[in-house]
Design a protein. Structure first.
Ligand code: ADP
Ligand code: MG
Length: 254
């Protein structure tokens, strides 16, 4: 479980996060949604320690991460898997080297063990045998899957994904969402996904946190969302024809 309390983050005069509280449960995918520039990535970075919040606390399973020094954070960092917005693969390294690089940094596994682990993770994301390819030889969906394979290579207890579907076609997006959901259940990890994809919201949105003007404006499940009368949330969500149709279907069923 991850708990954040009263997170504030500013860049100069720009107050981006204005007191965010949230709890992310293990074995579940939690979504952070909101408009472009609403602070979703900033919140994720505050949680994993890439940004230091100006105020507020982050707890990983009751341990206060925000008050730890660099050394104290290392064991928790090892339990964090992260898929960055642009996959963030090293272009000069092969698929296998991209994964082995993480294991080099954080483990004392032998070379053979690292390659075995890389193979295991690649198989898990349906990329068995693609070890020697370079990122430039991969499609967008394959790059995301390598990013996911790298994120799970340390058997993470906490998994963070920033816009895992950006740039993907709808069918590939759904496969990525299902993979994230399956891995979350398999590893029983606490997973937090930043997205503005309404397919994801309807597909895997058990718990959704909506950010607006630096605040948590709304939280709940995708089913609650369809019935919500929160204006800002509705303006955001029902700008999507898909979501409008979902709401209409619900009204007909009532
Ligand atoms: P989102 O992920 O929701 O699109 P971000 O968290 O990336 O939004 O950005 C929220 C706001 O914070 C934006 O106004 C952005 O310009 C600002 N911001 C984000 N990162 C930085 C940074 N490293 N330095 C200065 N401003 C930043
Ligand atoms: Mg972002």
């Amino acid at each position: 479980m991850i708990e954040v309390t009263n997170i504030h983050k500013s860049f100069g005069d720009n107050l981006v996060l204005d007191g965010i509280d949230a709890i992310f449960e293990p074995g579940k995918v939690s979504l952070i949604i909101g408009g472009s520039g609403s602070g979703k990535s900033t919140l994720l970075k505050c949680i994993v320690g890439l940004h230091q919040p100006n105020e507020g606390k982050v707890f990983f399973d009751k341990k206060e991460f925000t008050k730890m020094n660099f050394e104290e954070k290392v064991p928790i960092r090892k339990e964090i898997g992260m898929l960055f917005q642009n996959s963030a693969l090293f272009d000069s390294m092969t698929v296998e080297q991209n994964i082995v690089f993480t294991l080099d940094m954080f483990t004392d596994m032998s070379k053979a063990e690292k390659i075995e682990q890389a193979n295991f993770c690649l198989e898990r994301v349906n990329l068995a045998g693609k070890n020697k390819l370079f990122p430039s030889e991969l499609s967008g969906g394959m790059k995301k899957r390598v990013g996911i394979a790298r994120a799970i290579s340390m058997n993470p207890k906490y998994l963070f994904c920033d816009e895992p579907n950006s740039g993907l076609d709808p069918a590939t997006s759904i496969l990525i969402d299902e993979l994230i959901q399956d891995l979350t259940e398999e590893y029983k990890c606490t997973t937090v996904v930043v997205t503005h994809d309404m397919n994801s919201v309807m597909g895997i949105g058990d718990y959704i946190l909506f950010l607006y003007q630096g605040k948590k404006y709304w939280e709940g499940s995708n089913q609650d969302m369809l019935k919500s009368d929160n204006k800002e949330l509705n303006d955001f969500v029902f700008a999507s024809p898909l979501m409008k149709a979902a709401r209409e279907t619900l009204k007909i069923e009532d």
